[in-house]
Design a protein around this ligand. Structure first.
Ligand SMILES: *Cc1c(COP(=O)(O)O)cnc(C)c1O
Length: 366
């Protein structure tokens, strides 16, 4: 009998992104091999290999990292959460009063991490409106790090990443982009000149509200080694089950994103004509929509209390639509309106989503 033909696993260069999402980072296609990278529960390995110990590497992380790294155009490192990823990057890039340029609204935990570094004398934060390229360029002149989130959470401000990265590079600063909201299917910051991408894979990448996971991606070998070293030493490593779930989620990112984005676009069109909505914030792509409800915080809270299909919860990026009034968190940025509801649009039928939302908006007015 002839040897079965050995098939090479596809590389991302050879296929389009929709195909890479499905076909990339699979186990070698040999007879009786599983299609999916199994969950490897291991604290240690037989000596002599590059992995060596469970805090340094895991084959299930590696598959997730390969898939995501190729999507972003760099090499990825998985972390226990998005905040573990941002913390690792910040700790590598700050120290001795390093100036960090940051958005005037952004994921709260990241801003709090920078404030904690400030309190320890390791950083000084300059907050900017990320839509103001001039302000970013001016602030970047004294900076070590330009930390962008684009679109921002929750105002959905969009930064000119290429311009910011150019200004940062000219000043010798490192540009980091939290790409959680756009995902690499809508924005590839490394192609735009950024040095590092961070993700809360908890959100759209994993996509099913069942896992907490983060990642750092960079094409810079030195930065990669430093962040890897930070992960090895500080140990904010993911569990293999979490990496498996996130990898499984990313397989369907393309179809989930297309569907949820189409829903979001349609809801935005309808919301713009609704008398209970003073302002609709939507960057023109993605699955996040923020609305400012007429009647202030109380009216917005009534909307939240009246929805039935939409889930009232924090977090975002799952298949199910959810919403939250962001200023109910006492530390949310004051640049966020009291009446702002952040909507995470899922993949349900858009008419069901609209029906529930419009009923809640009408209830909020009475
Ligand atoms: C949720 C989120 C984070 C933090 O990620 P965790 O996985 O919850 O630790 C960071 N940035 C953005 C934009 C987020 O939405």
């Amino acid at each position: 009998m002839n040897e079965p033909e050995r098939k090479a696993a596809p590389s991302h260069d050879a296929v389009r992104t929709a195909t890479w999402l499905v076909a990339g980072a699979r186990p070698e296609p040999v007879p009786d091999a599983p299609f999916n990278q199994p969950v490897t529960f291991a604290s240690t390995y037989h000596a002599g290999g590059p992995m060596a110990y469970g805090r340094y590497g895991n084959p299930t992380w590696t598959a997730f990292e390969q898939l995501l790294g190729e999507l972003e155009g760099g090499r990825a490192l998985a972390f226990a959460s998005g905040l573990a990823a941002s913390s690792a990057v910040l700790s590598v890039l700050t120290g001795d009063d390093a100036v960090v340029v940051a958005p005037d609204n952004a994921y709260l935990g990241v801003l709090d991490q920078i404030r904690e570094l400030e309190a320890a004398g390791a950083a000084r934060m300059i907050q900017v409106d990320v839509t103001d390229a001039e302000a970013i360029a001016t602030a970047a002149r004294s900076a070590s790090v330009v930390w962008l989130e684009s679109p921002t959470n929750p105002n959905l401000d969009v930064a000119d990443i290429a311009a910011a990265a150019r200004a940062a590079r000219a000043a010798g600063a490192v540009t980091v982009v939290d790409n959680t909201f756009a995902t690499p299917l809508r924005q590839r910051p490394l192609d735009l000149g950024a040095d590092v991408v961070v993700h809360s894979a908890t959100k759209l990448l994993a996509g099913h509200s069942d896992v907490v996971l983060g990642a750092v991606v960079t094409a810079d070998d030195t930065l990669f080694q430093r962040v890897d070293g930070q992960r090895r030493l500080h140990g904010a490593v993911p569990g293999p089950m979490e990496a498996y779930l996130a990898l499984r989620g990313v397989r369907t990112l393309g179809v989930r994103l297309d569907r949820a984005e189409a829903n979001a676009g349609e809801l935005v069109r309808r919301l713009r004509g609704h008398p209970a909505v003073e302002r609709v914030r939507y960057p023109g792509f993605g699955t996040m929509v923020s609305i400012e409800v007429a009647g202030g915080a109380a009216a917005a809270d009534r909307v939240v209390g009246a929805v039935r299909l939409w889930v009232h919860s924090t977090s975002l990026g799952g298949v199910e639509s959810s919403l939250e009034r962001r200023r109910h968190w006492p530390t949310e940025s004051v640049t966020v309106a009291e009446s702002l509801l952040r909507l995470s649009v899922g993949i349900e039928d858009v008419d069901d989503l609209w029906g529930d939302l419009v009923r809640a908006l009408d209830a909020g007015r009475t």
